[in-house]
Design a protein around this ligand. Structure first.
Ligand code: ALA
Length: 520
């Protein structure tokens, strides 16, 4: 059987119960919902909304948020059924093991690395940018060489030496006065009177990952408590921007709500309804993370009831916040002005009366992005832990700290890989890979729910996805459609990543698989 071997649900349920002695069950519904919000609100809303509005959808970006949110809601309802039936830390990897066999499970587990590990690295680099900018406001300048990786990507695929343009007198970073973006060429920086400093390491990102890994190894309850505080800060600030910003909306900025379609010089188009659809996979990144709740399955007090609550509640809350936030942002500023690195600040800067909000927005972004990294760094080791228990990864990934009851070895391995990527590698190239890997997992979960309903209708399902097969079909179709929209380069990278992963499976996983060995 090998590649097609499936894990029996009854066996999985027994494992979920037996794991009580290993990982510690401390999390309730509120903590799980907060973990979901912790993982969801981050770079998507604080960075990508602006790019999506300026480059694709105009104010119609809020419709893109509705579309991407609906797709996630359908996938979330499917996740919830599985999570309540099979409360195992492996999440989509385990669900595929039960429904489509070991080969597909490995493929999904390997894709989840893109979602969790790469998202942790990508978002920590975004965090580093906001954090350095916040320190700079306070007059503290991190030496530019230590605030950037040595390499970067331009034009989506060209890897070049990274540099920062700094004011020779103060060491402060200088950006283009018109676009508010970093200088992209050394000549332009020199012409603006700046000095070019080559990047060596992105130290703030590295330190963030080390700190969060230490916290995660210390305990899941401790990590959840820190997450609760951080989430409270970011939600307060998001609500403040929405609540206060609402009174300063200039309706002219919403007219037309969906700007007329324009053809770019390269023949591609932007705006119009097509632009709204094109922006959906871009803002999809903002929703990634609700599924991280399911990786805490073996640390939840009452997983059958609380995992579905945690996932669906966090998703619904964030969907509403995102739609309101994008409406306010495009209402405060003409959408073309939002295509910058810090679009929320750019929107606020349009209204002088809102100046006082600017520092708070930076604090919200720093808090928001750090909790995303925290929860992503929490999810990945737990998936590896499950894969190691199944024999598909070396046993070290399955080791649990004797005192803290956390998957400590796996957490450190994940932390070290994440900090190496964040500190030294060009991330621009990997950005959309995160969405690609996640979408593949979502589609598989949607299909899996339907498969299992047909194959094993008798199994008890504490949470039932409504309207099966309609909801799984729409969920799978919507996620596959968004995947289809990804650029060709991302597809090539996804295929390359799959080839590496499947090679590893055939060299190591297949022969070490616990199920495989019991069958032979
Ligand atoms: N949803 C997460 C973010 O937007 C990954 O940062």
């Amino acid at each position: 059987m090998g590649v097609w071997s499936k894990k029996s649900i009854l066996k999985l349920q027994a494992e979920a119960g037996a794991s009580n002695g290993e990982l510690k069950r401390t999390l309730g519904a509120l903590n799980l919902t907060m973990l979901g919000i912790g993982a969801i609100i981050g770079a998507g809303i604080f960075v990508l909304t602006g790019t999506a509005a300026a480059n694709f959808a105009g104010p119609g970006v809020s419709l893109s948020f509705v579309l991407a949110g609906l797709a996630c809601l359908f996938a979330g309802l499917c996740y919830a059924e599985f999570a309540s039936m099979i409360p195992i830390a492996g999440s989509a990897y385990t669900y595929s093991y039960a429904t489509m066999g070991e080969g597909v499970a490995w493929f999904i587990g390997w894709n989840l690395v893109l979602e969790y590990l790469f998202a942790a690295s990508t978002v920590s680099v975004g965090w580093s940018g906001y954090f350095s900018a916040m320190l700079a406001e306070a007059g503290i300048h991190i030496p530019a060489a230590f605030a950037s990786a040595p390499l970067t990507v331009i034009n989506g695929h060209q890897v070049v030496r990274a540099f920062t343009c700094v004011d020779p007198a103060t060491g402060a970073t200088i950006v283009d006065a018109v676009s508010h973006m970093a200088y992209t060429t050394r000549d332009a920086c020199s012409a603006a009177g700046g000095s070019v400093v080559n990047g060596i390491i992105n130290l703030p990102a590295v330190l963030l990952i080390v700190t969060l890994t230490l916290l995660l190894v210390r305990g899941v309850q401790e990590s959840a408590t820190v997450n609760n505080v951080v989430v409270a800060i970011k939600m307060t600030i998001v609500l403040l921007v929405i609540g206060v910003g609402f009174f300063y909306i200039n309706k002219d900025n919403w007219t037309p709500f969906i700007p007329e379609m324009v053809t770019n010089p390269d023949g591609s188009t932007k705006y119009g309804m097509a632009g709204v659809l094109r922006a959906a996979p871009v803002v999809f990144f903002a929703y990634i993370g609700f599924d991280a709740v399911s990786t805490a399955a073996q640390e939840a007090k009452n997983p059958q009831r609380d995992l579905p609550i945690g996932m669906i509640a966090s998703l619904l809350i964030c969907t509403v916040l995102y739609i309101l936030m994008s409406l306010v942002m495009t209402g405060l500023a003409p959408f073309a002005k939002l295509g910058v690195a810090h679009p929320v600040s750019a929107a606020i800067a349009e209204v002088p009366q809102l100046k006082w909000l600017e520092n708070l927005v930076n604090i919200g972004a720093v808090a928001g992005l750090s909790s995303v990294v925290l929860v992503m760094l929490m999810g990945q080791p737990r998936i590896f832990y499950t894969m190691a228990k199944d024999g598909l990864l070396p046993p070290i990934f399955g080791r649990v700290h004797p005192k803290y009851k956390t998957p400590s070895a796996s957490s450190w391995i994940v932390g070290l890989i994440a900090l190496t990527i964040a500190g030294f590698f060009p991330l621009g190239l990997l950005g959309e890979l995160v969405s690609g890997g996640t979408l593949a997992a979502f589609a598989t979960v949607c299909i899996g729910v339907w498969v299992l309903r047909v194959r094993s209708p008798e199994l008890p399902r504490p949470f039932r996805t409504p309207m099966v097969p309609l909801v799984p079909i729409i969920g799978a179709f919507a996620t596959l459609y968004m995947m289809w929209q990804l650029p060709a380069l991302t597809w090539k990278l996804l295929i390359g990543w799959t080839v590496i992963g499947m090679s590893f499976y055939f060299i190591y996983g297949k022969s070490h698989s616990v199920i495989g060995r019991s069958e032979s």
